[in-house]
Ligand binder design. Structure first.
Ligand code: SAM
Length: 293
């Protein structure tokens, strides 16, 4: 079987010239011009031939063609009108016959709440300035997404996959862990893009958890995470004082959760934050039971 053509520097330059586009920083437009990088991303994404893939920010279509070769069908969500309008023609040219296997949606991925197909995977070279919010929004909004492989700035890749106790462990690491098991899947140099960004990129793989870690609403857990990391150098007792109503109350909640009030948020994994949110709910009942005894 001959390998299908992927977009290289010449094709990307021609497409951009035909559209008269100049990549913008605001929309994180760095287009992949290297077929080998596309092959690496597709291999790391572990897409099965029966899958429906969601791609965010297809741009000029570099990754889109690779996804179409690996998946059953796909949805691509692009915010930039000229790019979204051009994509079907690019597919018709480079993958004649595949047009019916893709829906292109002109939209901000942060605002998408419905899709014309049900995706089981997310594969994307994400716009760097909104990568983490887009990821969290999509995992929260589309429970059908079982796994994901995304390219982000390398430092964001490290942060997303960081473990408790590390300096870069923070809000993105914990929140991503609520949804999925997260691991770094590689580093990509700068010269595979046009225009070349200043910093390297990283690949991150996500496997959605089979079961929710807790029945407690996600927002309640995330509120604890946001508060704990807003003052990450403080003890949890101090950092959570405002959220709990007082430092003393925060101390009681932490003790009820089995966590030392002197601990710092950066040492807790997602289970620790869930235990705090659960204890905050349980505590009034515990007190009443204590009073009645
Ligand atoms: N996938 C292409 C590639 O690998 O060459 C382009 C990737 S480029 C890093 C990011 C793409 O996301 C751009 O096409 C940009 O227009 C698009 N984009 C930026 N913000 C977006 C948003 N909020 N929703 C959807 N697409 C967005």
């Amino acid at each position: 079987m001959t390998e299908e053509q992927l977009l290289g520097p010449q094709e990307i330059r021609d497409l951009a010239a035909a559209l008269g586009i100049r990549p913008t920083k605001t929309l994180g437009q760095n287009f992949v011009i290297d077929p080998n990088t596309i092959r690496r991303i597709i291999a790391a994404a572990e897409i099965s031939p029966d899958e429906t893939v969601l791609e965010v920010g297809p741009g000029l279509g570099s990754l889109t063609l690779g996804i179409l070769d690996a998946a059953k069908d796909m949805v691509a969500v692009e915010i930039d009108p000229p790019l979204a309008e051009q994509l079907p023609a690019t597919i018709a040219k480079f993958r004649p016959g595949a047009e019916g296997r893709i829906d292109v949606i002109l939209s901000d991925a942060l605002k998408v709440t419905e899709l014309p197909r049900v995706p089981s995977a997310l594969v994307a070279n994400l716009p760097y300035n909104v990568a983490v919010p887009v990821l969290l929004h999509l995992f929260a909004t589309f429970p059908s997404i079982e796994h994901a492989l995304v390219m982000v700035q390398d430092e964001v890749a490290d942060r997303l996959s960081a473990r408790p106790g590390s300096k870069i462990y923070g809000v993105p690491s914990v929140k991503a862990n609520w949804f999925a098991q997260v691991s770094k899947a590689g580093v990509i140099g700068t010269n595979v893009f046009w225009p070349a960004p200043k910093i390297k990129s990283g690949l991150v793989a996500f496997k959605r958890r089979q079961q929710l870690l807790s029945d407690i609403p996600r927002e309640e857990v995330f509120a604890v995470v946001d508060t704990a990391f807003a003052q990450r150098r403080k003890t949890l007792r101090a950092a959570l004082a405002g959220w709990a109503g007082s430092a003393a109350r925060a101390g009681e909640i932490l003790e009820a959760a089995g966590i030392s009030p002197q601990e710092r948020g950066e040492k807790l994994d997602i289970h620790g934050f869930i235990a705090i949110a659960e204890a905050a709910r349980r505590l009034p009942e515990l007190e009443q039971a204590g009073e009645g005894a």
